[in-house]
Write a protein that binds this ligand. Structure first.
Ligand code: ADP
Ligand code: NA
Length: 330
């Protein structure tokens, strides 16, 4: 088919996806799967760049795939697969390692941030070369577009540089992909620390809204969200980051404008806004959680589905890898 290709993925390194993943990635993917030939990957090889418990990783890999499907990714339409099921990812990454400069890799700011978090000496070499594996993920499928958050812009730039370098040294081999950076409104902040993005790597889970949380837990986290002393329900990212984040979430999930929500809650307290928001969030999460749990009751069926997708991914990826090996005399 002639549809443009997209590739995107998430790490199975948490027991549940969170609201940031849902708004910033999943819902956007669902909206793109008809117009694109879409590859959605559970990137478990990326997850092991920091130590994982093996049994937990296997479980989380399935659970992540189940959440993709439950949120609306159609496994008949999109290729939803697990990275380690396609050996070409690791093989192409190795080849790309050999054309990446050490200095070039050292300029990746996410590694600097993460290695500070893990302790510079404890960070693995895998964490350092992570962006090169990501380049392999994208280039294997000749992706035209990579929908990512702003934090991934530099990695997609590296991917473009490597593709162009490879093509000019060894002959036209790779499509040079473009990042599709998702708009700022798609950025969700931590409920307890509303100037930091909501992330599974936050120090505490109190500000993290997880798709698979019990609705009571979700409601409690929202009721305890940090706001401010001013008491007015008004969007102002600079001076009222907590309230603004709640309004953004409300607007995105309800399909309403921030202004109409401000008007509805004019003269009312934060408690009222939070109660209404808790309902909107749990109404969004409940069907996804239920469908996820349903899918997880039949892991064999889920595995069959993932194996079928891996077959499709393998045939495309292997073709690219064969060309690369030919070009290199391998
Ligand atoms: P995390 O930061 O929790 O580790 P990932 O880095 O695995 O999340 O991100 C997976 C996808 O979800 C990426 O496309 C990323 O841009 C998106 N994403 C993650 N956190 C947020 C957020 N707070 N707001 C919007 N999108 C997010
Ligand atoms: Na991350």
């Amino acid at each position: 088919n002639n549809k443009p290709v997209i590739f995107s993925g998430m790490q199975p390194s948490s027991d549940s996806l969170h609201l940031g993943n849902y708004i910033g990635a999943l819902t956007q993917w669902v909206g793109m799967q008809q117009t694109f030939d879409a590859y959605f990957c559970v990137v478990n090889l990326h997850a092991i760049t920091v130590a994982q418990d093996p049994a937990e990783l296997a479980e989380r890999t399935r659970a992540t795939a189940a959440q993709y499907i439950a949120a609306g990714i159609d496994p008949d339409q999109s290729t939803l697969f697990v990275q380690s099921h396609v050996p070409a990812h690791a093989e192409l990454a190795w080849v790309l390692n050999t054309i990446t400069g050490f200095g070039e890799a050292s300029r990746m700011t996410q590694f600097k941030d993460k290695s500070i978090r893990h302790g510079a000496d404890k960070a693995s070499v895998g964490l350092f070369t992570y962006p090169i594996l990501m380049a392999a993920d994208i280039l294997l499928y000749q992706a035209d577009t990579v929908p990512v958050g702003e934090d991934q812009r530099q990695h997609v730039e590296l991917t473009r540089d490597l593709a162009e370098r490879f093509n000019s040294r060894y002959g036209q081999t790779f499509t040079v992909p473009k990042p599709q950076i998702l708009k700022e409104t798609a950025k969700i902040y931590d409920l307890q620390n509303p100037t930091a993005k909501m992330s599974k790597s936050a120090a505490t889970e109190a500000g993290l809204l997880k798709i698979l949380d019990d609705p009571k837990v979700t409601a409690k986290k929202i009721m305890r969200a940090v706001t401010d002393a001013d008491g007015e329900i008004r969007f102002d990212r600079e001076t009222k980051p907590g309230v603004s984040n709640l309004l953004t979430i409300f607007a995105v999930l309800s399909g309403r404008t921030v202004e109409s929500i401000e008007r509805e809650f004019e003269g009312r307290g934060y408690g009222d806004l939070k109660k209404a928001l808790a309902e909107v969030v749990t109404d969004t999460f409940t069907p996804i959680r239920e469908r996820t749990n349903e899918l997880l009751t039949d892991p064999a069926e889920l595995d069959r589905l993932l194996a079928r997708a891996a077959d499709r991914a393998n045939s495309v990826a292997q073709e690219t890898l064969n060309t690369v090996y030919d070009r290199f005399g391998l």
